[in-house]
Design a protein around this ligand. Structure first.
Ligand SMILES: Nc1ncnc2c1ncn2[C@@H]1O[C@H](COP(=O)(O)OP(=O)(O)OP(=O)(O)O)[C@@H](O)[C@H]1O
Ligand SMILES: [Mg+2]
Length: 393
């Protein structure tokens, strides 16, 4: 079979990783990783920096020898593939170009090296949107254009699987949107797409399935939908009528808390429930958004601690976020609250130190007001505990 024969249904390769380990001296980069990438889907390979993503991809491509375990493409190690460029196209890192060589010539050289027909050059340039600059020197390309040229290189063999390491790095929002559309189109032809990223926000918009790793170990192998389905969600509402809104939501059976004196959090609900309550009582709302239930939240839950604070399903009340970390910021005396509020006098106007929310409510008791898990505020007003939300009485 030549590199350029037409593909037939059923010859799209799967990628398998079985019991994969890699040590670099005393560093365990990959630690017993197993997963399979199926055709027709975009699989995100997510993990914090240094979690072994690139090392795993390099092992799949036969560029790094595993300490133990195996990787298979279409049932065989990459090195044994009869037509590797036809099986897998990969972009692991920007490999650099001869600066004076045009994009078209760069690709023609790669064709010559891999026995691929030159007719593929203009085809892949068109696919990645570089047809109009094909004669320009690659050395003069922007970062985004260089990444498209790398992708074009990977596509030369019309591969059944694409492996891209951090493909969104350096792309502007338009570039990311384009990449998303391109990968979706590629996978829709029944091909396998494996995309690594340490950035969930970009990655989450692109992928169907996820493989999540940390410290070289598998944390989750799932669809995005499965992973996020059980995550708690809440609605954040900024309103000058926070106390009134909180009471209305509570009497509708919704758990509420404050994130700030003018920001109410409504637990386990969504904007289509909260919106009509607000509208029917003519409340003034400055901002309303749904929070939680995202792939990023799942990622944070799975990689709890370390670089990301834990958001454990079921204990989802805003965590006492640390400066620079995710989640509601810790309230600092003088940073928010009614003008002129003094430390220990948080909450709606008129609240006295130690008195959150509706008159008479005492802090720190189950069923009373207080920021769930808002340690900083809880400390300042007498000690609410995580998970204590205002309940209707
Ligand atoms: N050639 C090497 N020699 C020594 N250590 C290495 C080598 N390659 C990777 N490592 C180490 O292995 C670990 C995993 O690195 P890897 O590049 O696979 O992580 P990554 O998940 O791709 O990270 P990032 O998100 O930053 O790209 C790191 O601790 C790294 O320092
Ligand atoms: Mg990497």
């Amino acid at each position: 079979m030549s590199e350029n024969q037409d593909r037939t249904a059923g010859d799209m390769p799967t990628i398998e990783v079985r019991g994969l380990c890699k040590r670099f001296g005393h560093v365990v980069a990959v630690d017993g990783l197993s997963f399979t990438i199926v055709p027709g889907k975009i699989t995100g390979f997510f993990g914090p920096n240094g979690s072994g993503k690139t090392t795993t991809l390099r092992m799949i491509l036969g560029l790094v020898r595993p300490t133990s375990g195996i990787t298979l493409v279409d049932g065989v190690p990459y090195a044994q593939l009869p037509h590797p460029k036809r099986a897998v196209g990969a972009v692991l890192e920007t490999s650099g170009f001869y600066p004076s060589r045009s994009a078209r010539d760069h690709l023609r050289v790669l064709c010559a090296m891999s026995g691929i027909d030159y007719s593929r050059v203009d085809a892949v340039l068109a696919m990645v949107g570089l047809a109009e600059v094909a004669s320009r020197r690659a050395g003069g390309f922007s970062l985004g254009m260089r990444q498209r040229l790398e992708l074009a290189s990977a596509l030369l063999g019309d591969p059944g699987a694409l492996i891209l390491d951090e493909p969104a790095n350096g792309l502007d929002p338009q570039g990311i949107a384009w990449l998303r559309g391109f990968l979706r189109w590629y996978a829709s032809q029944g091909r396998s797409v494996l995309v690594s990223s340490h950035l969930l926000t970009e990655g989450a918009q692109i992928v169907d399935d996820v493989v999540i790793v940390a410290n070289g170990r598998l944390l989750a192998r799932s669809t995005v939908a499965e992973l996020t389905a059980s995550l708690p969600t809440y609605v954040r509402i900024r309103t000058p009528e926070a106390e009134r809104l909180a009471n209305l939501l509570a009497s509708a059976g919704i758990r509420v808390s404050y994130e700030a004196y003018d920001v109410v959090l409504a637990a386990g609900t969504n904007t289509s429930v909260v919106g009509p309550i607000i509208a029917s009582h003519g409340l003034v709302v400055e901002q309303m958004s749904s929070v939680g239930g995202t792939l990023e939240d799942a990622f944070l839950a799975l990689t709890g601690g370390g670089a990301w604070p834990a958001q454990v399903p079921g204990q989802w009340a805003p965590q006492p976020a640390q400066p620079g970390q995710w989640g509601p910021q810790p309230a600092q005396p003088g940073q928010w609250g009614p003008q002129g509020a003094q430390p220990g006098q948080w909450g709606p106007q008129g609240a006295q130190p130690g008195q959150w929310g509706p008159q008479g409510a005492q802090p720190g008791q189950p069923g009373q007001w207080g920021p769930g898990g808002g340690g900083t505020r809880a400390d300042s007003d007498g000690g609410s505990q995580a998970g204590e939300w205002y309940q209707p009485r």
